[in-house]
Write a protein that binds this ligand. Structure first.
Ligand code: AQP
Length: 335
């Protein structure tokens, strides 16, 4: 089997409205990588159901993430865009990896601890074993690189451990050891209400995040209400790094503007937040409004969306099936 040298897999869950963290930490980077890499972009609905999803909204959210990919600039004619549950090889390899990963490895996953909180006896088994399915998502395509936000770094390390253990156990070099691609000025976008918490779909406060579906007016209200401290903006990076809310807003600005943090710090040194926020509103609206309106157009054309996902499914299966078959052969299953 020919091994790829520059192949990407990444996914986004249809578990709620996409927010600025998903866009700046992941989707925007996907767009910039599509020329250089062979790309597989997946709507990871199997991951979404690790927590309860209303069946009446899940299908629509799945289409919405697909529309967001395309509206943000991912070319569906050049890249594979598909839905995870429509490519059964992900779940099949996921089971095989459940038998490779160790309990101790999964017990260390901080995302599980954060999401389960004090309720760990009552969350789904799927939430606990989520990272083994993520490893399968990546390795079923023999992907070499994985663009993700900083929050997924630990899961990617686990993917590397699984690939390495499988290769060692079966004395093979079949699975690549994938590299994370975590870049940009906003690798971890924080809540607008609390600079110590990640911006997240499941945060109960609507004002904690900017959604890709928000109107210009809503974006403006949320940025104006975003938590800050009473000091003017700092004039150096060291001071900025000790002020979590200021760091978050400046990182968002730099990333939306495709500029470095240093340049934005220099531009707003000593200025008041009120002025900075006004400029951030204008920038965010100018960048997000075209995406939102394109998303709405795509969502109105369900036939087009279906054809993109059908093509994506077929090409994904054509790559995933032989990888699964080879994995089963290595393990010693009958063909
Ligand atoms: N706050 C963030 N900053 C930077 N990147 C982020 N990502 C998510 N939140 C941030 C990146 O977006 C991609 C898709 O994430 P996901 O939807 O699959 O899952 P998630 O990380 O669990 O996202 P949420 O919004 O926090 O969902 P809930 O609230 O359901 O847990 C990933 O590359 C992720 O790194």
């Amino acid at each position: 089997m020919e091994k790829p040298t520059k192949r990407i897999l990444s996914g986004v869950q249809p578990s709620g409205d996409l927010h600025l963290g998903n866009y700046l930490g992941a989707i925007k980077n996907f767009v910039s990588l599509q020329e250089e890499y062979e790309c597989f972009f997946c709507v990871v609905d199997l991951h979404a159901i690790t927590v309860w999803q209303d069946p009446k909204v899940l299908a629509n959210k799945t289409r919405e993430v697909t529309a967001a990919f395309i509206a943000s600039g991912i070319n569906p004619n050049k890249n594979n865009i598909f839905v995870q549950s429509q490519v059964p090889q992900h779940a099949q390899l996921g089971w095989l990896f459940n038998c490779v990963a160790r309990m101790g490895w999964l017990n260390r996953m901080t995302q599980f601890k954060d999401k389960a909180g004090k309720n760990s006896e009552n969350v789904s088994v799927g939430l606990f074993s989520y990272p083994t399915l993520m490893a399968a998502d990546i390795l079923i395509y023999l992907a070499t690189h994985v663009p993700v936000g900083d929050d997924q770094k630990q899961h990617l390390e686990l993917t590397r451990d699984i690939a390495q253990k499988f290769n060692n156990d079966f004395k093979t070099d079949f699975f690549p050891i994938p590299e994370p691609l975590i870049f940009g000025e906003a690798t971890r976008v924080m809540s607008l209400r609390d600079g110590s918490k990640k911006m997240s779909k499941s945060d109960p406060s609507d004002y904690s995040r900017i959604m890709l579906t928000d109107s210009a007016e809503k974006i403006s209200q949320k940025i104006k209400k975003a938590k800050t401290d009473p000091l003017p903006l700092p004039d150096n990076l060291d001071d900025l790094k000790s002020r979590s809310e200021a760091l978050n807003l400046i990182s968002i600005f730099a990333s939306l503007h495709d500029t470095s943090l240093e340049k934005i710090v220099a531009e707003y040194a000593g200025k008041e937040f009120s002025l900075f926020k006004r400029d951030l509103v204008d920038l965010a609206v100018s960048k997000l409004e075209p995406i939102t309106s394109e998303m709405n157009k795509i969502m109105d054309d369900q036939e087009y969306l279906e054809s993109v996902l059908n093509n994506g499914k077929e090409s994904a299966i054509s790559v995933a099936e032989p990888v699964l078959a080879k994995t089963k052969e290595i393990i010693g299953f009958l063909s």
